[in-house]
Design a protein around this ligand. Structure first.
Ligand code: G4P
Length: 533
């Protein structure tokens, strides 16, 4: 294997998803700790208000305790080069999660052992299913009173419609949590230590060992024996192929806070998940070992650092090696260019890099040339990766600047945030540029918009609710735009345009869609189906 191939084969790129508070940040921090990427706990997330989570860039995240944007971190562990993509925990930002999943090869779903499947887990999980990617489950907080592990697995299967395979099994929970039994290795990993220590001390011991009674207590021992028997009889067999197609989720139990089970999880996970997977393009699948360098933009974020006023585009390298010295071809822009200040991120720290391999995520300084989904590749190659779909907005508001003198900043901010994919913007015919109709998937996105316009562009917004819930694109028979006078619209329907000039209708109800269709039989309307544009 050449050095180049071995670099690619040791890459693992995954996203972490969870309902807020399930322990995603804590688990990420422990991974970084094991990988030596950070030296002490509390760097990514400290006790409240002592140190801000380094993966939380935006002030609003700190204020509201939610993760709004996804961040990217790279670290090394036992020969693997790992790229973790953090995702927003709140379902209002599930579109951002979806885009992040496009850049990942698998997902780790963190579940709170006392709560099981929560509302946001459900929504985020549906987003994972859209992408068909392998999902690994980490059932966290076993050091607290937890629900019955059988019940938890059953709930995941029932609620999320994916089969589960417990790779390890917890021994007790809460104060009695003693460790986990590894089913394949048939050994008990008994823990001691933990807390602030870098790693909990684990002692491997076989279930038949006569010392086990004294180690975990006779009653937990006999319960474990019974549960394992039940588990071996009831659960399906482990099938890596089904895992890789997102049909079977390997389940691990542990406690991120006290380090129980984190390292064994990381080790198993890294061996079960895949090296960088191919991505589909206009020329068919592009594999990681393709000779041509290629990457796509999956995320754009402006003003991450207010002092720099910069805009960073994040690219997932799909194939070959990125060399900062060489020019690349931006297919959508039709231009050769050199990626400016390519960098990798360790939470908020940025490091300028000279090379990257398939599987890696690089951030590049972007003067406004890239859009989400764009392809860059070796000059000479001209394929484009499949576009990243957008979700149908469900909430609409009319937005304008309180101060009319700030029109320029207002538009700049609105366009920038729309280019990031954080909102969708529309205008009404003849309304000029004074006001914009904003569509979002979740209403928290309005709060982020308001905050960012104020904070980054110094513009106060006047926001007014609109009674629409559905957006449909208009198609005419000859492809020409429809004249407003030719449209028969009810009072709860409104004609808008997006910034590419596409005509769309906003509807207040499903009923209004049918009514409008009946009265305008020559037009066809297309929906954003299954979350896709
Ligand atoms: P999130 O990113 O998924 O939103 O969750 P995060 O890691 O921030 O964890 C949420 C809370 O749960 C934190 O407590 C964290 O310390 C706690 N936690 C995480 N993993 C475990 C675990 O394995 N066991 C226990 N007992 N608690 C865990 P907090 O009080 O809300 O925040 P902080 O004061 O610790 O920052």
């Amino acid at each position: 294997m050449s050095q180049y191939e071995s670099e690619i084969s040791r890459r693992r790129t995954f996203a972490i998803i969870s309902h807020p508070d399930a322990g995603k940040t804590t688990l990420t921090e422990k991974f970084l700790l094991y990988g030596g990427a950070i030296a002490q706990a509390g760097v990514v997330k400290g006790k409240k208000n002592t140190r801000a989570a380094t993966s939380d860039w935006m002030e609003i995240e700190k204020q509201r305790g939610i993760s709004v944007t996804s961040s990217v971190m790279q670290f090394q562990y036992e020969g693997f080069c790992i790229n973790i993509l953090d995702t927003p925990g709140h379902q209002d930002f599930s579109e951002d999660t979806y885009r992040t999943l496009m850049a990942a090869d698998s997902a780790v779903m963190v579940i709170d052992a006392a709560k099981g499947v929560e509302a946001q887990t459900r929504k985020l999980f549906q987003v994972c299913v859209l992408r068909d990617i392998p999902i690994f489950t980490f059932i966290n907080k076993m050091d607290r009173d937890a629900r019955d592990p059988f019940e938890l697995c059953e709930e995941i299967e029932k609620e999320l419609g994916i089969e589960t395979y417990p790779v390890n099994w917890p021994i007790g929970c809460g104060k009695e949590f003693q460790g986990v039994y590894h089913r394949e290795k048939q050994e008990i990993i008994h823990f001691s230590g933990g807390g602030g220590a870098k790693a909990a001390t684990a002692t491997a011991i076989s279930p038949g060992d006569p010392n086990l009674d004294s180690l975990i207590g006779a009653s937990l021992h006999s319960r474990l024996t019974d549960e394992i028997e039940l588990l071996d009889g009831a659960s399906c067999s482990f099938d890596l192929e089904r895992v890789r197609h997102g049909k079977l989720s390997p389940v691990f139990f542990g406690s991120a806070l006290t380090n129980f089970g984190v390292e064994p999880f990381l080790e198993d996970f890294l061996h079960m998940t895949t090296p960088p997977l191919p991505r589909h393009s206009s020329e068919g699948p592009i594999a990681s070992d393709d000779d041509r360098f290629s990457a796509f933009v999956f995320k754009i974020q402006a003003n991450m650092n207010k002092a720099h006023r910069d805009r960073i585009s994040f690219l997932r390298v799909v194939s070959s090696r990125f060399d900062a010295e060489r020019e690349v071809y931006h297919v959508q822009g039709g231009k050769k260019l050199r990626l400016s200040r390519p960098q990798q991120l360790m939470a908020a720290e940025r490091e300028i890099i000279s090379e990257a391999y398939a599987g890696d995520i690089i951030g590049v300084f972007d003067p406004g040339i890239f859009a989400i989904g764009d392809t860059v590749c070796t000059p000479g190659a001209k394929f484009t990766f499949d576009p990243i779909p957008t979700f149908a907005p469900e909430h609409f508001r009319r937005v304008r600047s309180v101060d009319t003198m700030k029109r320029k900043q207002f538009l700049k901010g609105m366009e920038q945030i729309a280019q990031e994919g954080a909102i969708q913007i529309f205008k009404t015919p003849y309304s000029g540029m004074e006001e914009v109709i904003v569509g979002v998937v979740g209403t928290l996105q309005f709060d982020v918009l308001e905050y960012r316009l104020k904070n980054e562009y110094n513009v106060d917004l006047y926001i007014e609710g609109l009674p629409y819930e559905y957006l449909r694109r208009i198609h005419t028979e000859d492809g020409a735009p429809v004249r407003e006078d030719d449209l028969i619209l009810g009072s709860d329907t409104r004609l808008v345009e997006d910034y590419k000039g596409n005509q769309l209708l906003l509807f207040g109800s499903q009923w209004a869609i049918n009514w409008t269709q009946e009265r305008n039989p020559k037009l066809t309307f297309s929906a954003f189906e299954g979350g896709n544009a």
